[in-house]
Design a protein around this ligand. Structure first.
Ligand code: BV8
Length: 248
């Protein structure tokens, strides 16, 4: 009597047959690199703030210095860490399947540093500056009136090039992600609690379009009931195991 395949083997079989895999990652894939997730309590002087309260246009308008201090703290942290085995496994996976589209909610740029290409940065990137008035990427002016980063073109305040709560996902970013979701036959959700929308709705859309949904997370999430396979464990361990099973 043949052994019942484990969820990992079944997931590897589905991935092995896939024509187009759409991957969505969240803060969990960067946890093993030392980047705290949104769920993890903030440390140090930021412990008393909820990220959702800091990452808003209102908070920036109220106290731009505090928000810039928070983002400089996070930028320093992101510059100090390295991609982990989970990031690297996705680079290898892209080389093993006909087509892979990587959509990330992470603003840390670690997928690109690991070697992933064509990454859709659904919530932007913390290391880029954008003009808070013109809305476009901008250089910093050499002199600053406020002591905060200012636009070299118009002198207005700069802000990190990220999507804050209450702000829309950039239309081209949304278009590219929706196209991959509609076309994929496997949707792989990694290290996300699946609570922040519209990103958290992508898996259900993929399923609606007939895709097999595979989740990798250390905990059950809001997506688990909807997933065909939910693999429990750190992505830095489960993804290399999945590759191993794929290579057979
Ligand atoms: C918008 C950039 C409207 C900034 C971010 C529908 C229902 C309810 C609410 C809403 C809704 N629609 C909209 C909303 C409001 C809101 C929202 O979803 N709120 C939530 C809190 C309920 N959404 C918005 O505001 C969005 N905008 O709706 O605009 C609009 C429309 C048109 C015109 C004008 C306006 C914008 C949302 C984007 C916000 N920006 N980031 C910055 O980073 O500074 S979101 C930010 O938080 C991250 O990018 C990420 O998306 C999210 C964190 O979630 P996760 O990545 O899932 O991380 P989390 O820490 O929560 O969980 C980690 C997971 O990993 C856990 O499950 C854990 O178990 C697991 N894990 C841990 N370690 C590991 C692991 N897994 C594997 N391996 C490990 N080692």
């Amino acid at each position: 009597m043949s052994a019942i395949p484990t969820p990992l083997l079944s997931a590897a079989t589905a991935i092995g047959k896939a024509r187009h895999i759409c991957v969505l990652t969240g803060a969990g894939i960067s946890a093993e690199s030392g980047v705290p997730t949104f769920r993890d309590a903030q440390t140090g002087l930021w412990a008393k703030f909820r990220p959702e309260d800091l990452a808003t246009p209102e908070a920036f308008a109220r106290d731009p210095r505090r928000i810039w201090d928070w983002y400089e703290w996070r930028r320093e942290l992101v510059r100090r860490v390295e991609p982990n085995a989970g990031h690297h496994a996705l680079v290898h996976l892209a080389g093993l399947v006909p087509k892979l589209t990587l959509v990330t909610q992470n603003v840390d740029g670690l997928h690109q540093r690991a070697g992933s290409t064509g990454v859709i940065e659904y919530h932007g990137n913390i290391l880029r500056d954008r003009c808070s008035a013109e809305g476009t990427l901008a250089r910093r002016s050499a002199r600053s009136v406020t002591g905060l980063p200012e636009c070299a073109r118009c002198g207005e305040l700069l802000r990190p090039d990220v999507v804050w709560f209450g702000e829309a996902i950039p239309p081209l970013t949304m278009r590219d992600a929706d196209a991959a979701v509609a076309d994929c036959d496997v949707f792989l959700s990694i290290g996300t609690a699946s609570v922040v929308y519209p990103a958290a709705g992508l898996a259900a859309n993929a399923r609606q379009c007939g895709a097999i949904v595979i989740e990798i997370n250390t905990e059950p999430t809001a997506l688990t009931p909807l997933a065909d396979f939910s693999l429990r464990g750190p992505s830095g361990e489960v993804l290399p195991q999945l590759l191993q099973a794929l290579r057979g």
